[in-house]
Design a protein around this ligand. Structure first.
Ligand SMILES: Cc1cc2nc3c(=O)[nH]c(=O)nc-3n(C[C@H](O)[C@H](O)[C@H](O)COP(=O)(O)O)c2cc1C
Length: 358
């Protein structure tokens, strides 16, 4: 029987186990202009025992920053900052992909690093999301986004590809494209957000187009076997409404399966019956972050590997609090509990000070 502690192929790499550190925004890129710091290198290096680390959401361009103090991969200082992280993880034998997250309509003009530039959140359509976001001036309603033109959508596709090249320059083993949780790629897929009529929206073929173009461009830039895609069909987070998610995600997965990506990563939504459908449609490596309403993914999720429901399982909250998570899962616990009050921003408290078993 395959267990979560067996090695597995991820694109051109072999991961030492099947336990993934799920991407987690931690808002501590205090290195100036979204550059990662030595403290971030310590945090990720502590978690290098994962089969694969996927970093926090990282903006591919300045406009894609939706939260305060998130890192980027579009300037030389950011690349240099990330180099400390990837070196520290590789010294411990780890594998690390950068998650490229363009937040699209989620954001507010006050939180961009470059306040002089006058950035404003951009969306596939000028459809505002209900909700608030933290800004330097306190919590604010999410802004109404400005619709990206055809040329700007192509520019954004190219920015994803450039950021992927920058990730490789920064020493990453690959990138994960964030197509989940209500950010730009997810917004473009969602019937309740994408109201375009110019070929980048409308029917299913139109709504999967941006995702497919980004995947293709990034695969061309760094090699498909260094690219993963994360999606979260039926997840309403960030005011997403999807009337036809089964059709949309089936079409998307069928369109990109032949490219030979490193993996598909499912952040499972309430429609859990759809996950086995995607598993069948996808011929490559399949990472699952199971739907656990009101709780976080626990040790029982390792069974997903044993039953073949997934090739790897990803853990967020439990990895936040347990730097040596694979050892603890193997031992059956105990587990440190996450302190969510320290999740988003701050110093080493609740970040690099969680104890290991040893
Ligand atoms: C503090 C925190 C930050 C997160 N940031 C991201 C992110 O940047 N990108 C992403 O795809 N998911 C993000 N997530 C979602 C997780 O990757 C994961 O899908 C979710 O927490 C459920 O998994 P769990 O039950 O193991 O925590 C975040 C979750 C947490 C707790």
């Amino acid at each position: 029987m395959t267990t979560a502690f067996d090695p597995v192929t991820i694109g051109r790499y072999t991961a030492r186990n099947r336990i993934v550190m799920s991407p987690m925004t931690r808002n501590r890129a205090y290195g100036g202009g979204g550059a990662p710091t030595a403290l971030m290198a310590t945090y990720y290096a502590q978690r290098a025992g994962a089969g694969l680390i996927i970093t926090e959401g990282t903006q591919p361009n300045a406009e894609g920053q939706g939260y305060m103090n998130t890192p980027g991969l579009h300037t030389p200082a950011q690349i240099a900052g990330w180099r400390q992280v990837t070196d520290a993880v590789h010294e411990r034998g780890g594998l690390i992909f950068a998650q490229l997250m363009h937040t699209g309509r989620i954001g507010h003009p006050a939180q961009y690093y470059d306040q002089e530039a006058g950035h404003h959140p951009r969306g596939v359509s000028a459809v505002r999301a209900e909700g608030q976001v933290h800004t330097p001036e306190g919590p604010r309603d999410l802004a109404e986004p400005r619709e990206l033109s055809d040329a700007e959508l192509w520019r954004t596709v190219a920015d994803f590809a450039d950021a992927a090249r920058n990730a490789i320059e920064a020493g990453f083993d690959g990138v994960e494209l964030h197509g989940a949780n209500g950010y730009l790629i997810h917004q473009s897929l969602a019937s309740g957000v994408n109201t375009r009529t110019d070929g980048w929206g409308g029917d299913v073929a139109g709504r999967i187009r941006f995702a497919v173009e980004v995947v293709r461009a990034v695969a061309d830039a760094i090699g498909a076997d260094r690219v993963g895609l994360r999606i979260s069909p039926s997840n309403p987070y960030n005011d997403i409404r999807e009337d036809d998610h089964r059709e949309v995600y089936s079409a998307l997965v069928e369109a990109i399966d032949p490219l030979g990506l490193a993996y598909l990563h499912i952040g499972e939504g309430p429609d859990t019956d759809f996950t086995p459908v995607l598993r069948k449609l996808w011929s490559g490596t399949f990472i699952l972050n199971p739907f656990t309403p009101g709780a976080y993914t626990g040790p029982e999720a390792l069974k997903l590997v044993e039953t073949g429901a997934a090739d790897l399982v990803s853990y967020a909250a439990l990895y936040l609090a347990n730097p040596d998570l694979p050892e603890r899962l193997r031992a059956g616990g105990p587990f440190n509990q996450p302190d969510y009050s320290k999740a988003y921003g701050g110093d080493e408290t609740g970040y690099t000070d969680y104890p290991t078993l040893a």
